[in-house]
Ligand binder design. Structure first.
Ligand code: PLP
Length: 263
């Protein structure tokens, strides 16, 4: 809906990469140009490259996933602020993983008229509801709302969301558990030989395997009925990278046992 709102021939959507692939896909499907700006080797924002690209492309929208997917890290908040300040168009800070993160741009909305913050209930275990939320200046939200199809949030979703909100303590306990288990899993992964494990503020952990081994490790895990995500085929900064979702404690333990066996 955001991209539909600004779509016009010749306009550009910009995002650092690697990131959530839908930004590029939706821009392309709607006939806009997409400019991807490489993150640094450790998945930080290359601020100077971002500012140069913003100057060059004058993007209608900049997407920043905060935390980023698939790397799991929070970008430097000061760098994000410089980007919001420099961008003439909209900047969407996508906080899909907010439930697992230690920072948010919600509080910065009043400072920046071109900032919108995007959330979803998907990562709290409710992805099937297809329910999201966009926060920001009403002038922008009113325009974006015009692209909304009738009943795009259906009555079952509304009823389910209301029920979920009434039991928010259950969801909060679940996300708190996942954050604690993430720390345990991260510490355990760091003890394994040959892996580079990246810090995570999301409900998954990205790690780099020894060169050329990611797909073999992924396949060997799958043969042991452990399914994670193989990002290595995407290449570039993601070469040799695998991503594991933080599961229930027994699932995390089974993953670690299998990984130890196949490394
Ligand atoms: C950064 C980011 N934003 C949004 C989404 C998708 O959210 P939804 O299920 O609400 O479409 C994802 C899912 O992977 C994501 O990683």
């Amino acid at each position: 809906m955001i991209v539909q709102t600004v779509a016009a021939p010749g306009r550009t959507i910009l995002a650092p990469e690697p990131t959530f692939v839908m930004y590029r896909l939706i821009a392309q499907v709607l006939g806009l140009k997409f400019a991807g700006v490489p993150l640094t080797e450790d998945f930080a924002l290359d601020v100077e490259a971002m500012l140069e690209a913003i100057d060059l492309h004058q993007p209608a929208v900049v997407f920043l996933a905060y935390p980023n997917n698939p790397s799991g890290n929070l970008f430097d908040a000061a760098a994000v602020r410089r980007i919001i300040t420099a961008a003439a168009g909209l900047v969407i800070v996508d906080e899909a993983y907010a439930a697992f993160a230690s920072d948010t741009f919600m509080g910065a909305l009043s400072e920046f008229p071109n900032l919108l913050v995007l959330r979803t209930v998907s990562k709290m275990g409710l992805a099937g509801l297809r329910l999201g939320m966009l926060a920001g200046a009403p002038a922008w939200l009113n325009e974006i709302d015009k692209t909304r199809l009738p009943y795009n949030i259906n009555v079952l979703t509304q009823a389910s969301a209301e029920f979920a909100l009434e039991h928010r303590d259950v969801l909060d306990a679940q996300t708190a558990q996942i954050r604690a288990d993430r720390a345990t899993l991260l510490a355990a992964l760091k003890t394994l030989p040959g892996l580079t494990v990246y810090p995570s503020e999301a409900n998954f952990i990205l790690f780099r395997t020894p060169a050329g081994r990611a797909t073999a490790i992924f396949d060997a895990l799958r043969a042991r009925r452990i399914l994670i995500k193989n990002l290595s085929p995407a290449g570039g900064a993601l070469a040799d990278c695998l991503r594991v979702t933080v599961g229930a404690p027994d699932e995390n333990a089974a993953f670690l046992d299998a990984l130890r066996a196949v490394l």
